[in-house]
Ligand binder design. Structure first.
Ligand SMILES: [Zn+2]
Length: 283
């Protein structure tokens, strides 16, 4: 048991380190379609930029000062309109830490549970968002289920489809372009991350992603850590989670321990399988 936990902690550490090494390339803007761009590179997750009629809306904020400066520079090259809104898709550091280096004139927006998470211990790190110098960069506008932001005549839809990766993940949807930014609710190259410490839940995540597909007619899904994908890839992602849940359930019904269950999966599935095991045990 101890070795399993140690190896999970170690592989997590390796994932974080390799993610940081991989993502130190310069920040670039890549046009998806219309006025919607992906914000790639730098330190932190992939984000998004929308140039609306009356200003710019950003999705997620990278995680260090240099990456924020580069983001602002990259935006200046495509428009002289001001950054009006910054939407945080959820509360992980690689999506929110950069908030504090944006101008104070930006309005920070998030789902209400995500804002609550700003003030909690994050992977062992005490929150400093309550300190006077950082408080202006905490989301000041929140929503429960959905909200529309307007940039002149341009509409941006924010949705909360339920618990999953955390309890406060939102989807930023551009209905005209049929492009959705989903933060860390989708991964291509690795199993779904479920933050049990933030009350995330894999069984709820299946429902949440299914609801997303039923509600919005998006054709392109942008993730914090994957290439842009279509609806079929999201469906496949949901199914892969359901398959793992079924397998864990079967193994548990045979009386297998956590260690024995983990032995039936690949190493990179250990984190998700651990979450699933604990979720079934708590049912
Ligand atoms: Zn992330």
């Amino acid at each position: 048991m101890k070795t399993t936990i140690l190896s999970i902690v170690f592989s997590l550490f390796v994932i974080i380190l390799s993610a940081q090494n991989r993502e130190t390339s310069p920040v670039t803007l890549e046009k998806i379609s219309g006025n919607v761009y992906q914000l790639l590179g730098g330190s932190g997750a992939n984000g998004g930029v929308f140039v609306g009629e009356t200003g710019v809306l950003l999705i997620d904020s990278k995680m260090d000062e240099g990456s924020v400066k580069q983001s602002i520079e990259a935006i200046k090259k495509i428009t002289d309109k001001p950054i009006k809104y910054l939407v945080n898709t959820h509360s992980d550091g690689d999506h929110i830490m950069g908030n504090r280096w944006f101008p104070k004139t930006v309005t920070f927006v998030a789902q209400e549970n995500c804002r609550d998470d700003f003030f909690k211990v994050n992977f062992g790190r005490e929150s400093d968002w309550d300190e006077p110098e950082f408080f202006p960069y905490v989301p000041s506008v929140t929503f429960t289920n959905d909200m529309t932001l307007w940039l002149g005549h341009d509409e941006v839809n924010l949705y909360y489809f339920g618990v999953g990766h955390t309890t406060g993940d939102c989807v930023v949807y551009f209905p005209k372009e049929k492009i959705a930014f989903v933060g860390d609710q989708y991964f291509s190259d690795m199993p779904q991350l479920i933050h049990s410490n933030k009350n995330g839940n894999s069984f709820e995540h299946v429902k949440t992603l299914t609801k997303m597909l039923e509600t919005i007619d998006a054709e392109k899904f942008c993730s914090g850590h994957s290439d842009i994908v279509g609806r079929d890839a999201v469906k496949k992602h949901i199914q892969s989670m359901v398959d793992r849940q079924k397998k864990v359930k079967t193994l548990m019904s045979q009386g297998k321990s956590m260690e024995e269950v983990l032995a039936e999966f690949d190493e990179n599935e250990a984190r998700l399988v651990t979450s699933i095991f604990n979720e079934i045990k708590a049912q």
